[in-house]
Structure formats: structure tokens, C-alpha cells
Design a protein around this ligand. Structure first.
Ligand code: ATP
Length: 236
């Protein structure tokens, strides 16, 4: 479904990704793990068009999407759930969700309404808080809102950047359960996580990044069992 080959990203003279290869099959949860500064966020942002690519290629369903603007990539079916959630705190929960469906808003308002209801079914807590300002939600609820907002574009692939960041363990579990639930509903998930063992526990396969390169890849359950991998690359 998604194939990344030789992907390079530079920030000025600094190289953040040095030729990354990665692929994701339909319906998989693929984790990208690694220590601070390994390039995980950069990889996700390069795939979803949020940072310019200096070399290599990203293909989505055999279509080259490298260098396309982020909104176009989103319309093709890849939605980004950003690090730190980035909800609009002074807007209501519902307005945040409508923004996620904005590309359809003027042409198909009915469709946006249907999608809203679908999110409220998936996340009943958001339904009860629909008129509440998003900034007053707990961190875990804001993460659910960020995921629901991404789902409003009805993506095939969800690219999630450190959804566990800053959350209490109970909310981390809820978020990871949500990711598993999305897989059951047919979504494909690219999950970038600093909390490597938690991500490996739910992923099908994983890539371990270090200084902008893939150091290891394999079945998540195999990587999880390998103490040397965890100690050397993941620092946990
Ligand atoms: P973290 O888990 O801390 O978010 P990460 O694995 O996601 O780390 P990135 O944020 O992708 O890593 O950063 C990869 C490298 O690129 C780091 O050396 C970082 O300092 C650098 N970098 C990231 N964003 C920028 C930027 N906007 N300008 C310059 N350098 C950057």
C-alpha cells in the first residue's frame, strides 16, 4: 500500500534521513521506533508531505506521491495525526472534527455530518463533549480527538506521531487499544513511537531507526523479545 525507498531529508546542511526504505501492506500496523532524534517524526512528515524530500521516493498504491502538497496526500488517503495532538484548543470538539473533514465541507455537507456521527459512535466521549472547547479536554481525550479528526477524511492509512506522548499509562493503553480497533476496522497504521515496547506489543512489523537510517526491521513480536535490540537501539 505504501512503499518508501531511499528517502532522504535534510534540514539545511544536516541530514535527518539518510535513505530510508520501508513498506506497509494493507491492514498492517507498522511501528517506527528509535531513540530521540533518530528521525521518526521526520520520516512521517516526509511521507505526508509536511517536510520537503531531498531524495528517494514515496509511493502510495503505486502512485508516486513524493513532493505532493500535504493536502493532496491527505485527499489521496493518508491522514496525519500530529505529535502533541495540535487540536484547536479554543474551538469546540465538533469544530475540530469539521476541520478534519474540511475538504468535503462545501461540496458534501451531508457526508461531513455522517462522518461526524461515525466518529461519535467510535468515540462516545467526544459525543458527550461535542460543544466543549477542545482545550479543556484531558490529554487522552485530546488524543482521541486528534485521531477522530484525522479519520474525518476517511483515510486508508493513518500516520500517527507519538500518540502516547505525555499521557498517563491508562490513556496510553486506551490509545493503543484504539489503534488495534482501527486495524480491525480495516485501517492501515504507520505508528511512530518513542514508547517502543508499547508500540511493538501492538504492531505487526517494525522498523528501528537510528541517526536517520533503518538499523533493523522484522516482526514486532521478534524485536520485542530481543533484549539486545531493546537495550542497544531503544534505550529501555
Ligand atoms: P523525537 O522522538 O525526539 O521527536 P525523532 O526520532 O522524531 O525524535 P526527528 O524529530 O525526526 O527525530 O529529528 C531527526 C533529526 O533532525 C534530529 O537531529 C533533529 O534535531 C533534526 N531536526 C528535526 N526537525 C528539525 C528542524 N525543523 N530543523 C532542523 N533540524 C531538525
Amino acid at each position: 500500500m505504501l512503499a518508501v525507498s531511499g528517502l532522504k531529508v535534510k534540514y539545511g546542511s544536516a541530514t535527518a534521513l539518510q535513505g530510508v526504505d520501508l513498506h506497509i501492506e494493507q491492514g498492517e500496523i507498522v511501528a517506527v521506533v528509535g531513540r530521540n532524534g533518530a528521525g521518526k517524526t521526520t520520516l512521517l512528515r516526509a511521507i505526508t508531505g509536511l517536510v520537503p524530500v531531498a531524495g528517494g521516493e514515496v509511493k502510495f498504491r503505486d502512485q508516486r506521491i513524493t513532493g505532493l502538497p500535504a493536502h493532496q496526500i491527505m485527499r489521496l488517503g493518508i491522514a496525519h495525526v500530529p505529535q502533541g495532538r495540535q487540536v484547536f484548543g479554543d474551538q469546540t470538539v465538533e469544530d475540530n472534527l469539521i476541520l478534519g473533514g474540511f475538504s468535503q465541507y462545501f461540496k458534501h455537507r451531508g457526508a461531513v455530518r455522517e462522518r461526524l456521527e461515525a466518529q461519535y459512535q467510535l468515540f462516545p466521549k467526544l459525543a458527550t463533549r461535542r460543544r466543549q472547547q477542545a482545550g479543556t479536554l484531558s490529554g487522552g481525550e485530546q488524543q482521541m480527538l486528534a485521531i477522530a479528526r484525522a479519520l474525518m477524511s476517511e483515510p486508508d492509512v493513518l500516520a500517527m506521531d507519538e500518540p502516547s506522548m505525555g499521557l498517563a499509562p491508562i490513556f496510553v493503553k486506551q490509545v493503543l487499544d484504539t489503534v488495534l480497533d482501527l486495524k480491525q476496522r480495516g485501517k492501515t497504521v504507520l505508528l511512530v513511537e518513542q514508547m517502543a515496547t508499547a508500540a511493538l506489543a501492538i504492531a505487526d512489523r517494525a522498523y528501528v531507526l537510528q541517526t536517520g537510517q533503518v538499523k533493523l526491521t522484522g516482526l514486532a513480536r521478534d524485536l520485542l523479545k530481543d533484549r539486545e535490540v531493546i537495550r542497544t537501539y531503544l534505550g529501555a
